[in-house]
Design a protein around this ligand. Sequence first.
Ligand code: NAP
Length: 245
Amino acid sequence: MTIRVLVNGAKGRMGSEAVKAVEADPELTLAGAADQGDDLPRAIAQAQAQVVVDFTTPQAAFPNAQAIVLAGARPVIGTTGFSEAEIARLEAMTAERGLGGVIAPNFAIGAVLMMRFAAEAARHLPHVEIIEIHHDHKADAPSGTAVKTAQLISQARGRAPAPKVNETELNPGARGTKDTGVPIHSVRLPGHVAHQMVVFGGTGESLTLRHDTIHRECFMPGVVLACKKVMTLDRLVYGLERLLF
Ligand code: NAP
């Protein structure tokens, strides 16, 4: 028996990759594809979908997730922009029904590993800064992945090391954004996709962790994994790391 998957946002950049990934996996069946203007509950019923992958827009993601759960299917959501309250509501809705669900703001397995390794390294090498590089169509900075990495580093290392000198930024922002205590430097350039370096400095040594997203395909092993693991869950989980570790 294969798992019946419907992809919502199927005509988009991520959704069209998800369609190909589901079709290519022998344990999954592409039961349906929906996009802007389609009646999602009806599409789920017609497809008899057990899992719905959603890559749409931040505005549509929460209503879509509610519709998926109310239709009795399991959401696997990559669309970004959920508030904590919305995630809590979806956790409650899925737990009431005993339905699995996954929301992952980053489905790239390598990016999740980079964050985990960065947190581990920060326990031993607390001097650390982040450089993230994205294509020049990305409007927001810093990236969500960089912020999440900085938060994990902060939690893992505790107090930030005291600076050796009193720094003066001759141009504001020259030392990056430091909301979490870990400076983040954002680069936006054509010719790049999505890249992050976490640079540690120690006594006479340095360590750099680097993750490169070369193509949107990189998110698909995580999406396929989530489509399978979600069948074994009895409530919604947030973050691909919850399925990996
Ligand atoms: P995109 O190319 O614009 O695709 C979105 C698709 O969803 C479009 O076909 C759009 O149709 C459709 N759509 C919009 N509203 C809809 C609705 N209410 N119901 C059904 N379909 C709807 O965007 P994308 O690059 O694929 O990105 C989609 C989302 O994934 C974004 O939130 C992005 O940040 C996120 N993302 C997540 C990951 C991850 O690893 N989790 C990775 C990359 C991107 P129209 O064009 O007609 O509006």
